[in-house]
Every structure is written in structure tokens, then in C-alpha cells.
Design a protein around this ligand. Structure first.
Ligand code: F0G
Length: 468
């Protein structure tokens, strides 16, 4: 069956992609012509991070802060009570986060990494070992900033893109046991990332979360969640894990949070806002200490570096992010694009995850070795073909040997087609897949890239390249 007729069949069979909303505000996008795109890319040092937004037709760089807010969220913004202390919006925000997470102590921050900074400064000491299924890159950088060592204890299934496993974001419990046994004296807490964008946006199962909590209890360790995509994770538990089919997304989220001592969240993801975040905790003493640092770094505890109207938008967005019809549509869109790319002979992580499609770039550029940056090749080619911006991300992990607990370094390269929330339609996705067909057909012409500049920390954001 060719791609075109397959797509038609999908449209008939699959009500998932019918947007559960109407569009009443639009933003014009423009495709620069091919000569302009070539010049733009050259001027941008062949990096997606230097291209002006006006020069991008479809922007799939990130799902963070790029979503479309609803009429209810815009209405909340217009009703901003900009008082410094205990504004109406802060109280709505606090109630909403308490309802969704069940944690009593709520600390607003301007985004996720501000929350990471505060928690790490309070809880992490030089030489500590921080344990997670996987750390997002800013989280890892914050751990390293405290001179501590991040350990990524994810299951090996993650690296096997082709074999579908429902929960590739799970902790490898043997590795966790080995790491706790060896390093427990210097482990301040365990962080469960639900779900980590970089780990192919794969979810963590409830059974795994429960098992992590049990091991943490054995070693008397705190458990926190990096909860920025908790609703997508809860949706995958509902649809993939036996026993949860009849539960609501909110009930599943409550059960997840019941296994933790608190969480932090970049609200720019599952709360569908353009800026914002928070820390939510069970323990009052820790919350007070966070508030003290908040005043230093962010602002007073009733606004935390945000305009009060932004808190109002988060209060509404957190509940919208739990809506099952929306989650079905959103995860369905990602799965749809993954399927279209697969039909073009491109290897994608399976099953598709929450926030975007993850592509094994070697399936497009088998002739380019790692030092020729096949991920950058893809990001450049897809921009040239369609004005589409994606991210090529190197993922440097510290794994452990499940027998000895010794550190094992692992590098993982892929490209991410992130899906902003409620922004693009099915025809945008078809457009991306058509561009990718041309990219794949012409891939052998790409000779790869050379690095011309890279700083030491978070190098992929700032790196510059030139074609070989
Ligand atoms: N944790 C995870 C799992 C994330 O994906 C991100 C951000 C953060 C923490 C930090 O939150 O951006 O609000 O400071 N991820 C974005 C991305 C940037 O593109 O995946 P932030």
C-alpha cells in the first residue's frame, strides 16, 4: 500500500486525529524560498538554535512553552490580580497544584530549571550520586553544578528503537539495587522523570514507580518526580498497563504522586502554558527552606518569578492537560507522524511516546559516522526541504553495571520531532512526512558536518558547524 492510500485509510479509521477543539486565533507562518533557506542555514552556522523563528515554517524544536493556550487560559490571564502577596491567581494556582498532585506545600518558579536549581542547592552535596531513570539535560547540568554525579538507570530497552515495549522509560531495578547498595550513603534522593523527553518520551509504568518506592524505603531515601509530562505518562499507564483502563487520568496521577515525597514541574509542558513551573512537597520544613531560596533567586513565595496572571493560566492549564480527549488526540498525533516516517523507511522509537517522534538518524544516513554529525545533517536537510526546525540532541548518560555498580558511560544520538501542544494539524504532519520522504531520497548526497565551535557545558545549544 502506498503512503497516500495508507494515510486515507488512517483518516477513516482513526478519530483520534480529529482535534478536540476549534481554532479561533491563528498566527501566520511563511516558508522562505529554497535560496533563502540555504542562506539562512549558512548564517545560522547550520544549527537550529541560531535560526530566527520568522524563518521557520513548522517548528518542531521543542514542546516546551510552545503550546497554544485555550480561551479559558486567556480569560484567566486577563483576570490577573497583580498583587505581590497572596493574589487571587496565586490562590487559584496553589489550589490547582494541590488538587492535581495531592501535595500540600506549593512553591511557584518561573520554569522547571529554577525549581531544579533550588532543590539541588538544598539537597545535593559535592561528590553525591544522584539517581534517576534519566536526567533531562538541564537537570543533569544542575547536578553537575553541585559537583555531584548523575546516574541514569534506565532499562536497556530504550536503545532498541525497533522493538516495541510499552514502558521504555522504566528504571532498571537491578541497576537501581546495585547503585543503591554501592552509593546509598551519598544518595540524597531518587528522581523519577515522568516522562523524559530525551528518553524518547517513553513512560514509566506504575508497577515500576511502586518498585522504586519500595527500594527507596529500604535505603531510607526520598523520592521526587520530575513531573513536567506527568499527564502524558498517566495516559500511557491507562492505555498500556493492565488494571488502569477504567481509572481516570487524575486518579492515575494521584496514585503516581502517592509514591513520592514531592515533585517539581516545568508547567511549559503538560500545564500547556508558555512560561511557569513549581515545586510541590509533602514536607513543611523542606518547603520553608525552598521558599527562602526562592526569595533570593526568583521572587516572593506567592509569585516566584512570574506575573500573577501566568499563575492563573497554569491553574487552568493543569486541569486541561489531564483531559482524556486532549491526551488521546495529542499522543495520537505523535503516533501518526511516527507511522508516516516509518512508512518512509525511517527508524523511529516504538511505540511512539508523549512529546514527539524520536528518529534513529543512522537509518537515514548510514554512510555518516558519528563524527560527521548525522543528526545535524538531518536537521539541516529537513530545514532545506521544508523550512522545518527539529533538534538533533546528543544524550550523554552515566549508566551503571548491574553487577558491580561501576559507572558505564553511554552516548546516544537521535533527532527529535517535538510536537507543540494544540498547535499543528494533521496536514502540517503530512507536510513534514512529505519533506522527510525527499530528505530520505537525497540523504546520500549529504557529506556530513564539522564542528567549528562548542562550549563545555550544554554544548548542543551553542555549537556551530560547517558542511564537509
Ligand atoms: N525536565 C524535563 C524532563 C524537561 O524536558 C525539561 C525541559 C526540564 C526538566 C526543564 O524545564 O525548560 O521549564 O526549565 N525540556 C525542554 C525540552 C526544554 O525541549 O525538552 P524548563
Amino acid at each position: 500500500m502506498d503512503g497516500q492510500s495508507m494515510k486515507k485509510k488512517d483518516i477513516h479509521q482513526n478519530e483520534v486525529l480529529c482535534e478536540p477543539f476549534r481554532i479561533k486565533v491563528i498566527e501566520k507562518i511563511q516558508l522562505p524560498n529554497i535560496d533563502q533557506r540555504i542562506k539562512i542555514l549558512q548564517k545560522a552556522f547550520y544549527s537550529a538554535f541560531y535560526i530566527d523563528s520568522k524563518d521557520v515554517y513548522i517548528d518542531m524544536l521543542t514542546d516546551s512553552g510552545t503550546g497554544a493556550m485555550s480561551d479559558e487560559q486567556w480569560a484567566a490571564l486577563m483576570k490577573g490580580d497583580e498583587a505581590y502577596v497572596r493574589s487571587r491567581n496565586f490562590l487559584d494556582f496553589e489550589t490547582s497544584v494541590q488538587e492535581v498532585t495531592t501535595y500540600p506545600y506549593i512553591i511557584p518558579t518561573h520554569q522547571g530549571r529554577a525549581a531544579e536549581n533550588i532543590l539541588m542547592e538544598l539537597l545535593v552535596n559535592p561528590g553525591d550520586h544522584l539517581i534517576s531513570n534519566t536526567f533531562f539535560d538541564t537537570t543533569r547540568a544542575h547536578v553537575q553544578n553541585q559537583k555531584a554525579i548523575p546516574l541514569d538507570l534506565i532499562v536497556d530497552d530504550l536503545w532498541d528503537f525497533k522493538t516495541p515495549k510499552p514502558f521504555k522509560g522504566n528504571f532498571d531495578l537491578a541497576k537501581l539495587q546495585a547503585a543503591l547498595e554501592r552509593y546509598h550513603e551519598n544518595v540524597p534522593f531518587i528522581l523519577i522523570t515522568i516522562l523524559n523527553n530525551l528518553a524518547c518520551s517513553s513512560p514509566v509504568s506504575m508497577a515500576n514507580i511502586r518498585a522504586v518506592r519500595e527500594l527507596a524505603n529500604k535505603y531510607n531515601k526520598l523520592v521526587f518526580f520530575d513531573a513536567c509530562r506527568f499527564a502524558e505518562n498517566a495516559y500511557f499507564i491507562k492505555t498500556r498497563e493492565p488494571g488502569y483502563q477504567d481509572k481516570s487520568i487524575q486518579d492515575i496521577a494521584h496514585e503516581i504522586f502517592s509514591y513520592g515525597d514531592g515533585c517539581y514541574m516545568s508547567a511549559k509542558k503538560d500545564a500547556i502554558v508558555n512560561i511557569g513551573g513549581f515545586i510541590a512537597l509533602k514536607d513543611e520544613t523542606l518547603a520553608r527552606r525552598c521558599q527562602e531560596l526562592l526569595v533570593l533567586y526568583e521572587g516572593f513565595p506567592t509569585y516566584g518569578g512570574l506575573a500573577r496572571r501566568d499563575l492563573g493560566a497554569i491553574a487552568v492549564g493543569l486541569h486541561e492537560g489531564l483531559d482524556e480527549a486532549y491526551l488521546k488526540f495529542r499522543t495520537g498525533q505523535v503516533a501518526y507522524l511516527a507511522e508516516l516516517l516509518e512508512q518512509e523507511g525511517i527508524t523511529v522509537s516504538k511505540p511512539a511516546g508523549g512529546s514527539g517522534v524520536f528518529v534513529d538518524v543512522s537509518s537515514i544516513y548510514p554512510h555518516l559516522s558519528e563524527d560527521k554529525f548525522p543528526g545535524i545533517a538531518l536537521a539541516c536537510d529537513v530545514y532545506i526541504e521544508g523550512g522545518i526546525r527539529i533538534a538533533a540532541i546528543p544524550f550523554h548518560l552515566n549508566c551503571v553495571d548491574p553487577g558491580s555498580g561501576d559507572l558505564v558511560k553511554r552516548n546516544f544520538e537521535f533527532a527529535r520531532f517535538a510536537s507543540p501542544r494544540r498547535v499543528y494539524t494533521q496536514s502540517h504532519l503530512d507536510y513534514v512526512a512529505n519533506a522527510m520522504r525527499r530528505v530520505k531520497a537525497n540523504a546520500t548526497k549529504n557529506k556530513g558536518y564539522r564542528l567549528t565551535y562548542a562550549p563545555e557545558v550544554l554544548e548542543h545549544f551553542f555549537a556551530k558547524f560547517e558542511p564537509l
